[in-house]
Design a protein around this ligand. Structure first.
Ligand code: ZN
Length: 152
C-alpha cells in the first residue's frame, strides 16, 4: 500500500491521536474478543492484522446492503459507496455515517498511513488513502474479515 502525502483530503486535521479516542460503546476483554471472533478475525480486528489481497470473501461482493463491523455489528459502510479499486481488498469512498469510523495515525512498518477503526468498539478495519473516486477522493481499504455483509 502507498504512503499518505502530507496534504490532501486526508491531511492530519481529520485524524485523531490514539489518546483522543472517544470512549467506546462496546468494550470487551481480550478473552471475550477471542471467544466471539475466529482466529483470523481476532488477528485482524484486535491485533491490526491484514488479510492477503484478493483472499477476502467480500472483495467481489456487488449485492445491495450494509457492511457491519464483524466485531460489534455496528453499521460501517453502504454497498453504494463500494467501488472496484483493484487493490484486492473491499474499497469504499465513505463511511455509512460520519461517526461510524475513526481515523488514527499509523506510523508502523516505516510508513505514514491512516488507520481506519470502528468507532463503536475500536477494532481495526484497514487503512484510508487519498486516491479514491469522487465525491470524497478517499479510499477506505478494508479487510474483508473485519466486515459482515447484511443483504438488503
Ligand atoms: Zn466494531
Amino acid at each position: 500500500m502507498p504512503e499518505i502525502p502530507a496534504a490532501g483530503p486526508l491531511s492530519a486535521a481529520a485524524v485523531a491521536k490514539d489518546s483522543q479516542a472517544a470512549s467506546r460503546k462496546v468494550e470487551l476483554s481480550e478473552a471475550e474478543w477471542r471467544s466471539r471472533l475466529t482466529p483470523e478475525q481476532f488477528h485482524i480486528l484486535r491485533e491490526k492484522g491484514t488479510e492477503r489481497a484478493f483472499t477476502g470473501a467480500l472483495v467481489n461482493n456487488h449485492a445491495d446492503g450494509m457492511y457491519h463491523c464483524a466485531a460489534c455489528d455496528a453499521p460501517l459502510f453502504k454497498s453504494d459507496t463500494k467501488f472496484e479499486s483493484g487493490s484486492g481488498w473491499p474499497s469504499f469512498f465513505e463511511p455509512a455515517s460520519p461517526n461510524a469510523v475513526e481515523l488514527h495515525e499509523d506510523n508502523s512498518h516505516g510508513m505514514r498511513r491512516i488507520e481506519a477503526v470502528c468507532a463503536t468498539c475500536g477494532s481495526h478495519l484497514g487503512h484510508v488513502f487519498p486516491d479514491g473516486p469522487k465525491p470524497t477522493g478517499e479510499r477506505y481499504c478494508i479487510n474483508s474479515a473485519s466486515l459482515n455483509f447484511e443483504k438488503q
